[in-house]
Design a protein. Structure first.
Length: 387
């Protein structure tokens, strides 16, 4: 199935984004009042740093990361930012160590939040394995859909290049572009469109968490296995059902892990739809072969367990090496290593924010579900690049 991509007229786009045609003018700035501090300007997202700032840099396995960097250059090397760096990576001299190559080809920048804080949230994600069938039959009654034919994606970059990371999604109703169906609304659509489902799964909670992860493997009832990956989304913002349960007084903060949410859902089956609909976002999928070290991330290359992270591409370019200094899930044990920014995520917003890819299956899921740590991040950018 294909989705239509439309470019809005400039006037309509201006109204959608700014809403300033009827907005009153902003009040004039007034002089500072005695005893009142003027608001501080937002901190720059990148601060110059030194290799000696990185905890554990000397003992890292730089050669392993260099090989992963080379592997992504088939895709990355087509981008202007990375062209010369990829060319250099392919011809590291015999007497040059991988560590020397990184230090010679990159400049180091520490990522900084707008409030000046250099710590941020590090979560984890994984590739779940769920059970499914190509035909609808008990217990396989939860449908998986590809992008619907009536989902319209508006590319904002066509008129405003600075908005290249933003998309508007909706559907046509009469002559109007309106928001696409929310999760609660999509439930009725699933019945009407059942004949177009890609697959059928046996557990709606498993499928919900697979949507959050963005990809997963499906063990089919005929003994084969396939992978499904992110193809599109309904345009509604991601809302945490863990946060919803906390706000409802159903769980304490320390209980709102993936395991805690599953336990609550099992104990309250009559409220399952209410829980899942608290997140209006719906993800649509495409079928993929089970190849490589992991599912393809936003960069289009396979993710590598414990070496790939999802980042906010507004602050960290896809493909960049990133030094991550955090702790292991639910512990104070140091976890510091060189990662590659190969993915993005709807909940990954801000300069110091990362999602750590743990791998495939139950063990990886246990680590990902417990990971909610504080961490610091440094991005390695090509020396010729001026941020």
């Amino acid at each position: 199935m294909t989705r239509r991509n439309l470019t809005l007229p400039a006037l309509l786009l201006g109204l959608l984004l700014a809403g300033c045609a009827t907005a009153p003018p902003a009040p004039p700035a007034c002089p500072p009042c005695p005893g009142v501090e003027a608001p501080k300007p937002a901190a720059a997202p990148l601060a110059p740093a030194h290799w000696s700032d990185l905890p554990g840099w000397e003992s890292e396995d730089h050669a392993a990361v260099l090989e992963l960097f080379r592997a992504q250059c088939a895709t990355l090397g087509k981008r202007t930012l990375w062209l010369s760096t990829c060319e250099s990576a392919m011809k590291v001299s015999a007497g040059e160590t991988a560590r020397q190559w990184f230090e010679a080809n990159f400049r180091l920048w520490q990522l900084v939040n707008p409030d000046g804080n250099r710590e941020g949230l590090v979560t984890g994600y994984f590739e779940p394995v769920v059970r499914g069938s190509r035909t609808q039959k008990p217990p396989y009654v939860t449908p998986v859909f590809g992008p619907p034919d009536d989902l319209i994606v508006v590319d904002l970059a066509a008129l405003h290049p600075e908005l290249r990371h933003l998309r508007l999604r909706g559907r046509i109703e009469g002559r109007r572009l309106v928001p696409y169906f929310s999760r609660a609304e999509w439930a009725a659509e699933e019945e009407r469109r059942a004949g177009r489902a890609l697959l059928w799964l046996d557990d709606p909670v498993d499928f919900f968490f697979l949507q959050i992860q963005g990809s997963g493997q499906v063990a089919l009832d005929d003994g084969s296995r396939i992978r499904i990956g992110y193809a599109d989304q309904n345009g509604h913002p991601y809302r945490s059902i863990g946060r919803w349960l906390i706000d409802q007084g159903e769980l304490k903060i320390h209980q709102a892990s993936m395991q805690g949410i599953r336990a609550w859902a099992a104990a309250h089956p009559q409220r399952l739809a209410e829980l899942l609909n608290a997140n209006p976002s719906v993800v649509f999928f495409r079928e993929l072969a089970v190849t490589g070290t992991g599912p393809p991330g936003a960069l289009g290359v396979p993710l590598t367990p414990e070496r790939s992270i999802a980042i906010d591409p507004r602050h960290t370019p896809l493909g960049a090496p990133v030094w991550l200094a955090t702790t292991w899930p639910n512990s104070e044990q140091t976890l510091a290593r060189l990662m590659l920014a190969q993915d993005t995520g709807g909940a990954i917003r801000g300069p110091v924010r990362a999602d750590f890819y743990w791998g495939t299956g139950t063990d990886a899921g246990a680590l990902a579900g417990r990971m909610r740590q504080q961490g610091r991040m440094w991005v390695l950018l090509p020396r010729h690049h001026e941020p």
